[in-house]
Design a protein around this ligand. Structure first.
Ligand SMILES: Cc1cc2nc3c(=O)[nH]c(=O)nc-3n(C[C@H](O)[C@H](O)[C@H](O)COP(=O)(O)O)c2cc1C
Length: 416
């Protein structure tokens, strides 16, 4: 019987264990987690979501404080269009996080960046260009273009000396999205090095509407394989979303996938960035505790635990400190919802906003618990301890379970 370890992802002469840990913002897929994947011969992602605040926390910079000082005058203003990012700060934080991660890399695997393109930062083109260029300059092995698939991103990187040497991939959720991307990028004369096909059971933002349940990963992957064969285009295809066991992964590899991208099982590892108490929420969740809703101001549906403190929170928009979701016109739908509720309840100190959430503040503070569909199975992957909590896993344990397990089994860790 085959297992994941019988397969390899090939990039030129390089052979990689075909397990890719997906990007999880904001710093849920930490450098530690990505470095473990690389050490074990696979691929890990760090995320470039909100890097100035991430580096403040990790490396003691003060980008957020500086920004807040600059825009403090605007705190009471319901209009946030004035708030802009300092491109120098974005560059510095990107260089710092990626530079330090790449310096620490060991092993035969790779570390990629998950670029959350939907963070439009009140100047989509300019800020994205800086993020992508600095990532390449800081030596990242590859970049995965995610959420919001910016059709012009390859063009933005075209003049960088590493444009043809770094691995560049895209995440799509339909054949149509792939075709659109390939058509738009013909003039760069450079195909993506890999295509992550993300189905409707993934965590984070979904590339589907609220009718996500009508789609199926395997069907989309098959359509994309067929199209690539017909067009004689040779690009590794990497399915993602709901691949929970080594056997699930092996089935996709046997059907022609080059690797798999997985994330949910790593949310309960000590290397992942979730605080210890939040990690227990992921373990404890039952199927009924998970929903796909529309509270993200990005406009994409998002899967999350229903008891996430972010849902219904009426916190003041944090744009003076953050402001990553501000679109090209300095707008965010949470600001509109917040202003509406304030106008409706002028005398109330604390308001609730149900239809949207302040994504920046809540993701930054780990108050929005986004998760994959099979989060409710995590409790079966570890031991319940005497105090009712679950034993967190090591990333190595989960990685090797994917790599070597068979028969739909999930190996439990040695009991502590
Ligand atoms: C907690 C969490 C956060 C995520 N955040 C992001 C993200 O910031 N960007 C992204 O492209 N995908 C994100 N994802 C999706 C994963 O990278 C991955 O493609 C998907 O979850 C794989 O499916 P699985 O979780 O069922 O293994 C996230 C997933 C989880 C579980």
């Amino acid at each position: 019987m085959k297992r994941v370890d019988d397969f390899r992802l090939r990039f030129g002469k390089r052979e990689i264990v075909p397990i890719m840990i997906g990007g999880m913002g904001v710093d849920i897929s930490t450098a530690e987690l990505a470095l473990e994947a690389a050490r074990l011969g696979g691929i890990g992602h760090i995320s470039d979501a909100m890097l100035p605040t991430v580096t403040d926390r990790l490396y003691d910079t003060d980008f957020v404080k500086t920004k807040l000082k600059q825009y403090k005058y605007n705190l009471e203003n319901s209009d946030k269009t004035d708030i802009k990012f300092d491109l120098g700060h974005i560059a510095e934080s990107t260089r710092l996080h990626i530079g330090k991660t790449m310096e620490a890399k060991r092993g035969e695997g790779m570390v990629f960046l998950n670029c959350m393109e939907k963070l439009t930062m009140n100047a989509p083109r300019e800020t994205l260009k800086v993020r992508l260029h600095e990532a390449l300059s800081a030596g990242i092995d590859g970049i995965t273009l995610a959420a919001g698939l910016h059709l012009g991103s390859f063009t933005l990187m075209e003049d960088h000396p590493r444009f043809r040497d770094a691995k560049l991939g895209i995440i799509v959720s339909s054949l149509r999205a792939l075709q659109l991307f390939l058509r738009k990028n013909i003039k760069t004369n450079r195909l993506p090095d890999y295509i992550v096909v993300e189905g409707p059971l993934a965590g984070g933002h979904l590339g589907f509407g609220m009718d996500w349940a009508e789609y199926d990963l395997r069907t989309i992957v098959n359509e994309i394989h067929q199209y690539l064969r017909d067009e004689k285009i040779d690009i590794p295809v990497i399915p993602a979303g709901g691949i929970f066991t080594g056997s699930d992964a092996t089935a996709f590899l046997e059907e022609g996938a080059a690797a798999v991208q997985v994330a949910t099982r790593f949310t309960v590892t000590t290397e992942c960035g979730l605080p210890a108490d939040v990690l227990q929420e992921y373990f404890r969740a039952s199927e009924n505790d998970i929903e796909v809703n529309g509270v993200s101001p990005t406009g994409y549906p998002m899967r999350m635990l229903k008891n996430s403190p972010a849902i219904g929170s009426g916190i003041r928009p944090g744009c003076e400190s953050y402001g990553y979701i501000l679109d090209a016109n300095g707008k965010c739908s949470y600001i509109d919802s917040y202003n509406r509720e304030v106008a409706l309840h002028p005398d109330e100190k604390k308001i609730s906003v149900m239809d949207k959430t302040c994504l920046c503040t809540h993701m930054r503070n780990f108050k929005l618990w986004t998760c994959g569909h099979y989060t409710y199975k995590l409790k079966d992957t570890s031991h319940k301890l005497a105090d009712g909590s679950y034993q967190p896993l090591s990333a190595e344990h989960v990685f090797k379970d994917y790599q070597f397990s068979t028969d739909n089994k999930v190996a439990l860790p040695p009991q502590k």
